[in-house]
Design a protein around this ligand. Structure first.
Ligand SMILES: Cc1ncc(COP(=O)(O)O)c(C=O)c1O
Length: 392
């Protein structure tokens, strides 16, 4: 299969109906994910920044996590995860007969270490850190040594930013095992990586049939490309293609955690593998960093919005630009009116966390945070143009 990705980062232009190019949440197959010269692929980036790690591709990070842990744990144990998290992320633990235990987080998204330590017991098999939005979770080192002290595995969940490097090491590879999600970085329908750093984790790894990449082009590949094309060409065409292709089970808009988990049980598609092999990680990271700084310039002076991250350290590849808004819905409306279709809230909290007083900060953050897209398909000039419209 030949993957052709057109390189065009198109700034916003007005037409009769508003903006001919809205800023969408994710890059499309038309966006610059490749460069003809200097493309190095995801593999070479991992080899460079995590040379001591073994890794395997999967369709989804959740399934990668299940496979990574399967040979290490027995049903009846528990895994600690931050409360500020999408609901389906804990499904692999449940699949393995483990109890997911949520720990509280601070306003900085660091673990509330007192709460975390209180929840650890003799049955705790792993502690998960999450590198939110492409930034190392504050307290990452302390969490790693806590996992060591309690003789449990440290899972470094780096779903958000496969290209972020901190302390000269790829995020996702700071623990005993970890994951990254390529779907959040590239214009692909699926794709994730399981990293195995610890010797015990490597030895126990027994990949399921879902490990690796598909050897044939599947209907989901065609579906993804068709909807990407239609999205670019016309909303009416997009709606009709979606209605023809809508086959229910892999509907990623489903919020039922179990259904999402079951739908993720696919290997990485051939299309995703080709895009990952052809991607230019340095160019993608540079573009995302530039867009992050463009949003910072646009939003830092507003007094109804607080930036979650003021600084963007060298090496980080932001997933999105998160802010805390006084009025989340009003900010989303304002952004949509200014041409930003891809801003959204994050995450929908798991039922046991939602409105639970033990997780007050996670709930507050979920009610305040708005994330803005910074992907490589956006021109910084398009963000500056949004800034001009917001100021008017
Ligand atoms: C923090 C975090 N971890 C893990 C995952 C799961 O990744 P995947 O969708 O590749 O299974 C997600 C997905 O949204 C996530 O946000």
């Amino acid at each position: 299969m030949t993957v052709i990705i057109l390189s065009c980062r198109v700034p916003l232009r007005r037409n009769r109906t508003g903006f001919s190019r809205m800023i969408n949440a994710t890059p499309s197959v038309f966006d610059a994910s490749l460069s003809r010269s200097g493309s190095t692929g995801i593999d070479s980036f991992v080899d460079r920044y995590a040379p001591d790690v073994e890794y395997t591709y999967y369709g989804a990070g959740k399934i990668a996590l299940r496979d990574g842990l399967a040979g290490l744990v027995e049903p009846g144990g528990n895994v600690l995860v931050p409360a500020y998290l999408s609901p389906a992320v804990v499904e692999p633990f449940r699949d393995l007969g483990l109890e997911p235990r949520f720990y509280a987080v601070e306003e900085t998204l660091a673990p509330d270490f007192a709460d975390l330590e209180d929840r650890i017991d003799d049955d705790t098999v792993a502690i998960t850190s999450v590198n939110y939005f492409g930034f190392p979770q504050p307290g990452l080192r302390r969490l790693a040594s806590l996992a060591d002290d309690h003789d449990c595995y440290h899972i470094d969940d780096n779903a958000h930013a496969p290209l972020s490097v901190a302390d000269d090491r790829l995020l996702g590879t700071h623990g005993d095992l970890g994951i990254a999600t390529l779907r959040k970085l590239l214009p692909v329908p699926d794709g994730a990586v399981l990293y195995r750093r610890d010797d015990e984790v490597r030895e126990a790894f027994d990949p399921s049939s879902l490990a690796g990449t598909a050897d044939r082009v599947a209907a989901t590949d065609y579906r993804f490309v068709a909807t990407s094309v239609a999205e670019r060409v016309s909303p009416t065409l997009l709606r009709s293609i979606e209605s023809v292709l809508d086959d229910g089970p892999d509907d990623s808009s489903s919020v039922d955690p179990e259904a999402r988990y079951e739908a993720a049980k696919i290997p990485m598609s051939k299309f995703s593998a080709r895009v990952a092999a052809a991607a230019n990680p340095e160019a993608i990271r540079d573009a995302r960093r530039e867009n992050f700084r463009a949003w910072r310039d646009v939003l830092e002076a507003r007094d109804d919005v607080r930036l979650l991250y003021e600084e963007l350290s060298a090496g980080l590849s932001p997933y999105e630009f998160p802010v805390r808004a006084d009025d989340q819905a009003a900010l989303l409306d304002e952004l949509a009116d200014a041409g930003v279709a891809g801003a959204h809230t994050w995450p929908i909290l798991r039922e046991s966390v939602h409105e639970n007083a033990a997780y007050e900060t996670a709930n507050r953050l979920a009610n305040e945070i708005v994330v803005l897209p910074v992907h490589q398909g956006i021109e910084p000039a398009a963000i500056e143009a949004v800034g001009d419209r917001l100021r008017r």
